[in-house]
Ligand binder design. Structure first.
Ligand SMILES: Cc1ncc(COP(=O)(O)O)c(C=O)c1O
Length: 450
């Protein structure tokens, strides 16, 4: 089907299939970027658009950062690519060391992937391999959470909890998966301004009293959660929730995986949400922000004990036997690893995690100050350098938020619709005036939507 366009660009709309995007009407009102610098994009028709979402949580240091580009170019001239199987690159070792140094506790082993989806599936497979290596192969049940997003692989989709992402694939989801309840109480947690909400009842009682006895805790391999639920619309964990989750997992020998694809590398003002909430899981998955978005890279950081268990189990195996039959052709790609090191240097030299924390307060004040009380607004949740404003769903859930997103784009601001939420998560380098511009445009769009 040829897609009609209202403008006449110097490329065709007839071949590219856009991911997680309604392709039907796209060409009639396209959003196509040709350049980016700092906080702004230039579109194919010459407009400036403010990046209110760090290009899907990836570009913490802002666009077009020279030190990252230079590191990539230098790496390309030195070692462009090397196989990651049965060999390695020096730069992959260096990047792993940097990431391990930022990770909490004894999370010291980094297995690289190319994306967050691959990181989630890798962590789940590691959990199975770990238990098997330790003589508990029956531990094959995974527990995720409602409204969670762990990417689009079959593992991540199975433990994920966004119904729309699962429904077409339900026949092919992993069979031994259960989900704990979403962490949101629509009445009491509607307005959250930089503090964790309290719960009337214990949200983890269900895990302890229903889900674990149902499966038998000795059959459970891992629990995976996003410390702050990002993709569904920025839902903050209640006070003590993550500590208690860790305590329950620990008590039953279940691995705890934090999916930090969004919260990793500064969004909450710390390297990881694990440090922010002072809860150390057994594995952390990461991806976004690690290369400032410029080259795909993701991975899993695992506790020493996870790695050691796999090696110990193979102590008597022949020398050619691999301990974990998993990996990607581009795991630890040298150019991506060079980009990661340059990005982490930039975060450190410019104090960008601290800046994210500071600017998060400015964003929170602006969103609560200007959006509360507007038509359709039923909640505002701000935490770290991110915030969601929730609209009453209307007749068609998600439609209002999508229309607000389109209107914001027409007025030069990129926001993110997520169900009935609109999310702002700007780069850490954002200025107060730019936050003002984003929230002004968002407020006007909300006022205008029916
Ligand atoms: C928490 C979380 N996990 C996993 C993913 C999947 O990452 P990717 O799109 O790189 O596969 C995302 C993407 O938004 C995410 O937010």
């Amino acid at each position: 089907m040829a897609l009609a366009s209202a403008v006449s660009p110097d490329f065709s709309f007839d071949h590219l299939w856009l991911p997680f995007t309604p392709n039907r009407g796209f060409a009639a009102e396209p959003r196509v970027f040709t350049e980016a610098d700092g906080m702004f994009f230039t579109t194919h028709d010459g407009r400036q658009v403010l990046d209110g979402i760090s290009s899907l949580w990836c570009v913490g240091a802002g666009h077009n950062r020279k030190p990252i580009a230079e590191a990539i170019t230098a790496q390309l001239h030195k070692l462009d690519y090397a196989t990651a199987f049965q060999a390695a690159s020096d730069v992959a070792y260096r990047a792993a060391e940097r990431i391990a140094a930022l990770a909490p506790g004894d999370l010291n082993r980094v297995l690289f992937t190319n994306s967050g989806s691959e990181a989630a599936d890798t962590a789940l497979k590691l959990a199975l391999a770990y238990h098997r290596a330790r003589g508990e192969p029956q531990r094959t049940v995974f527990i995720g959470r409602e409204k969670a997003y762990h990417g689009v692989g079959f593992g991540g989709m199975s433990v994920g909890g966004i119904p729309g992402n699962r429904k077409a694939f339900s026949a092919a989801l992993l069979p031994r998966v259960d989900h704990i309840a979403h962490i949101h109480d629509a009445e009491r947690h509607a307005y959250i301004h930089h503090e964790q909400p309290a719960w009337q009842h214990d949200p983890l009682q269900e895990l302890e009293q229903r889900i674990l006895p149902l499966h038998d805790p000795a059959n459970v391999a891992a629990v995976i959660v996003e410390p702050v639920a990002g993709s569904a619309g920025w839902y903050v964990p209640p006070r003590g929730y993550l500590q208690r989750l860790k305590e329950i997992c620990h008590r039953h020998g279940i691995l705890l995986i934090f999916d930090e694809v969004i919260t990793g590398f500064g969004r909450l003002g710390h390297a990881f949400a694990a440090q922010h909430f002072d809860v150390t899981p057994d594995m952390i998955t990461f991806a976004k922000c690690v290369t400032n978005g410029v080259i795909p890279l993701g991975g899993v950081v695992a506790r020493d004990g996870v790695f050691d268990a796999l090696l110990d189990a193979h102590a008597a195996a022949p020398p050619h036997a691999v301990e974990f039959a998993h990996g990607y052709t581009y795991s630890g790609h040298p150019v991506a690893c060079a980009a990661a090191i340059a990005t982490l240097d930039l975060f450190e030299h410019e104090g960008l995690f601290e800046r994210a924390d500071r600017m998060g307060r400015v964003l929170g004040d602006a969103m609560h100050g200007q959006l509360k009380g507007l038509p359709h607004v039923v909640g505002i949740r701000t935490y770290g350098l991110a915030g969601a404003v929730e609209l009453a769903p209307g007749a068609t859930p998600g439609k209002r938020a999508y229309e607000v997103f389109l209107d914001c784009f027409r007025h030069g601001v990129l926001v993110r619709p997520a169900g009935d939420n609109i999310v702002l998560c700007p780069p850490y380098v954002v200025e107060a005036g730019q936050i003002g511009q984003m929230v002004d445009v968002l407020a006007a769009a909300i006022r205008g939507v029916r």
